[in-house]
Each structure stands twice: as C-alpha cells, then as structure tokens.
Design a protein around this ligand. Structure first.
Ligand code: NOJ
Length: 569
C-alpha cells in the first residue's frame, strides 16, 4: 500500500510517493528571449518556440518551463512584469501562447510558466497607482513603502542591499516635486516588492494562478519563492558575502549555533502559508498541475520545507548545482538530496545550469570560486579551459540524468554551449552589471541566443542576422544541425541519455552505492543500470558490463578522467 502523510493543520491526507509525471520528468527551460526568433527582430518569441518544439520532442524531454514572456519593460529580462495576464508584444500574443501550448500538448510535452510574485515592474498599473496615491493610502499598501530615516527622511528605512548591487530602497518624489517615501526593491529599482501581508495582494495572485490554469498551463515555476514575506519591523541586516539570490552555499541556518542569522527577507516562515493556499487552488484542477520553487536556501533539509505534502511539488536543488566536480562532494550531495526530499515524500530534483548561473560547460572548469550572479568576463583571472569544461559538463550531465527524481535542463546545454565570456560591454543588459558599475559581469554570458543551423544568419536563431546578444563564431560548430546524427556529439549524448533514462525507468529508481572504488569515482546502480563517473584526472579500468552510454571516448578499455559511463549491471 502507498505510504500516506497526514497534515494535521489542513486535515488532509497525501500520498508520499507516486507515479505522477513530475516525479520523474525531465523539464527543459526555455529562455524565450534567446531560444528562437520567428520574426527576425533579434529577440526570441513564442512563435519561434512553437516552430522548434519538434526538436525538443526528438530530444526526449517531458515538459518545458518558459521564463517570463509577459508584458514587461525588460529591465530584468522579463522578471519585471507589468501585466501578469498578457504576453509582451516582443514575444507575441495570448493566441501565440495558446498555439504554443496546444502544439506542445499534442507532442506530449507539458508547459510550465513562470510566476513572479515577489515584485512587479514599476510600470505595473498597481505600482503606478501607488505612486499617484498619498502615503498611507490603500494603493501604497500593496507595496512596501516606508518613511526614510535621518533628520528629513533622507536616509533609507533600513540598511538592506539589493541582490543586484546598491541599496534595496528608492526614494520617490511627491506630486509637488518634494522628496517622498521610499519603496523596497530586493532586486532592481524597477522591481518594487509587494507587501504579501496585505490580503489584497494574495487575492490578485490567486486570480493570476487561475488565469493560467484555466488556459491549460501545467504548472508554475515560482520566482524568488523564499522572498515574499519580510520580517516584521524590517530590521537591519548585514549579509555574509554569498551568491546573489541568497546563495545555496552560504548557510542560512538561523537555528544552528554559530551560523549566520537568517536574512529578514529570505525564507521567513510566513511564505509557507502562501503555498498551502496556492496548492488548494492547483488541486482544484485536473491533470497534476505543479508548483516548482526557486528558493535559494540552505541546507537541503530547509529547502525540503517548500515541498511538504501540502505545499509545492518540486524545489530546485541549487546545492547540487553548486557542488564542485569531485567524488566525495557529489556523493554527499546526492545522499543529502535523496534524504531531505524523501523525508517529505517529494522527488529530488537535479539541475546544473539555468539563466542565472555560469553555464556548467564553463563553470566546472573554473579554478576559483564564482558566486552566483557574478558571472565571468574578459577580465576574470584564469578563464576556464573550454575542452576540460565540455568534457566535465558531458560527464556531469550523464551522471545527473541517471539519478532518480526530476531533472531540469537549460536550453543549449544539450549542445554543450559554454558561457560567452567576450561580450562587448555595450551589449550587456543584466541589471547586475549596471548596478555594480561593471564589478560583476552578471548573467548575460549564459543568455546568448541559441545556434540552430551552422550555415544560416544568426546560426538559425531567426531568419535575419539579428541577435540581441552577439553569438560567438565558434558556435557554428555547436549548432544543432551540426550535431544531429553525429556520433559522439553532445546532442546525441543527451538524446541517448534521455531515451535510456525512460527505457530503464531511472527517474523512479534508487541509488545503491558501489563501494571499493577510489574516492574520485562516483559509482552506483539504479535498477539495472550501473553508473560510474570518474571525476579525477587519472584513467581507471573500465568496469565490466555491457556499455550503454559513455560521455566521452574510452581508449583501451579504460575510463578516463572527467568521463561517465552507464553499463547494464
Ligand atoms: C530569479 C530569476 O531567476 C532571475 O533571473 C531574476 O533576476 C530574479 N529572480 C528577480 O526576479
């Protein structure tokens, strides 16, 4: 019989395990600006996505997650939403969304949309109304406005810094031109934070959820799912230096002696009430709709709180993403992930790249720490070696795709795309770059438009040569059509891994460690498949068994460093 969890508070009973699609799904992240451009303006669009869905079908993914395509001035690439229920003209129309979704569903691909509830764009009519209304009004109360400190309110209400650099507060001007109150923005000044203690805000977002669920969306990736509730009184806080989004590597362990105190704007207990409320809404709809949390908190047992049986379904495993390519650390994070998520009946997720981090084909070859959001660029010392990076990335992806649970892929990793390091300063768009005066390169290097066809202008990204970020010349060789059907290409490696993963039901399996290997070898069985990853430099003898997949060449029956194999056990 299936194990059940009883929720005392909500008096409901939940299955702790199951075969719902999201427990094992491979979910492919589409960054609409950079995926495919149907109209040739240099910016990707929804019609472009639709036209390329057959390629994703043949890759073998189960679902797509679309980063924001909503009405937005694009000060943070769409994570600054000015209308939660419409499509920005740059990306198309609601009809284009419907066509995309129908095409995906016809191909058996589910569609997850991005929800950005922590903040809106400052162009949003709700924020514009707040600006036009007096201090203390209902409209102001939708956001976090406060009087300044100092003799004349000339200093911000507290010392909080923005994730993107600079202060987290901006002072407004009153209608008569005199300086007014300050508003909170954990991100860019164009991204004012909502006040989630206000029931009105909660009501608006219930409507937004219903809008997309009614349209047929299969779920939501929830942006900054650890940030919506702020500690009462907004106390001062000086963070430990860490990744921008809160950092999975920086302990956020308020309860552990000696650990850094919890930031008063991350991981406050009150966020969970919001997700319990949303879960009830999702459960009204047929078809296993899901919520996936972007919550940069540590440790994994804390992240697991977001996926308790009556909350979300999945949470991104950023601890895994941030784990260095080394045997002992990988074994530990895999064990910790399976234990932490398993304890609440949720599948573990796995992820190596997304639109906020240095692509793993470059990151895994870095010889120094690179904090999330800082990026790499021309002046970064000791730039990663492209050959080592790609070899490690292929080995790391082959390892990840053999793990039980659900995996996220970021567009272009199936082509082995590296981070683009040599972007001209004039092309950069990430607010991080501007708010730190170029001290942090930010995230543009992982957002360069995809190469589809080696011989076409913009490498087939669109019908013209336009591309909102310039594509490097070397990308001709990495284009999808240069890899399709080519034995040993990264695209063929991913395609094979996804097919074997499905055939052997690896997503539903388990990890049984194989002992007796050197420390740098990660070796386990998952059902009938034995997985061996050599994270070291030296070759080791190839273990016995029928070879199913290899992330690189296996000269003379050896398993070289930075290589993963799957064998039939
Ligand atoms: C997380 C998103 O992934 C990132 O791209 C964005 O800048 C911030 N949240 C703010 O919305």
């Amino acid at each position: 019989m299936q194990p059940l969890a009883h929720c005392e508070e909500c008096r409901r009973v939940f299955p702790m395990t199951g075969t719902e699609w999201w427990r094992t799904a491979v979910i492919y992240q589409i960054y609409p600006r950079s995926f495919a451009d149907a109209n040739g303006d240099g910016m990707g669009d929804l019609a472009g996505v639709t036209s390329r869905l057959p390629a994703l079908k043949s890759l073998g993914i189960d679902a797509i997650w679309l980063s924001p395509f909503y009405t937005s001035p694009q000060h943070d690439a769409g994570y600054d939403v000015a209308d939660y229920c419409d499509v920005d003209p740059r990306f198309g129309t609601l009809t284009d969304f419907d066509i995309l979704q129908r095409t995906a569903h016809d191909l058996g691909i589910r569609v997850i949309v991005d929800l950005v509830p922590n903040h809106s764009s400052s162009d949003h009519p709700w924020f514009q109304a707040a600006l036009a209304s007096p201090a203390g009004s209902d409209d102001r109360a939708h956001y976090i406005f406060r009087d300044g400190t100092g003799e004349n309110g000339e200093l911000p209400p507290n010392n909080w810094d923005s994730v993107f650099g600079g202060k987290a507060w901006t002072r407004i001007q009153n209608a008569d031109g005199t300086p007014g109150q300050w508003y909170l923005h954990l991100f860019d000044t164009t991204q004012p934070d909502f006040d989630w203690d206000n029931p009105w805000v909660r009501e608006q977002f219930r409507d937004v959820l219903r809008f997309w669920l009614d349209r047929g969306a299969d779920g939501f990736r929830v942006d900054v799912a650890h940030g919506m509730i702020k500690e009462t009184g907004l106390p001062d806080y000086t963070p430990v230096e860490g990744g921008s989004m809160g950092g999975a590597t920086v302990p956020d362990l308020g309860s552990i002696p000696g650990a850094a105190p919890t930031a008063p704007y991350w991981a406050q207990d009150g966020v969970h009430e919001i997700y319990r409320d949303w879960r009830l809404i999702l459960d009204e709809y047929p078809g296993d709709r899901i919520l996936a949390a972007e919550a940069w908190v540590d440790p994994l047992s804390h992240v697991a709180e977001w996926v308790r049986p009556d909350e979300m379904h999945q949470a991104f495993n950023f601890a895994y993403l941030e784990t260095p390519w080394s045997g002992p650390t990988l074994r530990r994070v895999i064990d910790d992930s399976l234990a932490a998520f398993g304890a609440v009946g949720a599948p573990s997720t796995w992820v190596l790249s997304n639109h906020d981090v240095v692509r793993h084909a470059s990151r895994l070859a870095l010889n120094h720490e690179n904090l999330q959001g800082h990026g790499i660029g021309p002046n970064t010392p000791d730039l990663p070696d492209a050959v080592i990076g790609l070899q490690r990335a292929r080995a790391a992806s082959a390892l990840m795709l053999a793990l039980p649970g659900s995996s996220y892929l970021y567009q272009g990793e199936e082509l082995g795309l590296p981070e683009v390091v040599h972007l001209p300063d004039s092309a950069r768009e990430d607010p991080t770059w501007f708010r730190t005066n170029g001290e942090r390169y930010g995230r543009d290097g992982c957002r360069v438009p995809l190469p589809w066809e080696a011989a076409s202008p913009s490498y087939g990204f669109g019908p013209s040569a336009a591309s909102w970020l310039p594509q490097p010349e070397e990308w001709a060789g990495l284009a999808r059509d240069a890899q399709a059907g080519v034995a040993g290409s990264t695209l063929e490696l991913y395609t094979l891994a996804l097919r074997l993963r499905r055939e052997h039901a690896l997503g539903l399996g388990s990890v049984e460690w194989l002992h007796g290997h050197a420390d740098e070898i990660v070796a386990f069985t998952n059902g009938a498949v034995t997985v061996v990853a050599n994270t070291g430099a030296a070759s080791v003898p190839l273990p016995a068994g029928e070879l199913l997949l290899a992330s690189g060449p296996l000269p003379g029956n050896t398993l070289p460093g930075d290589t993963t194999v799957w064998l039939r056990a």
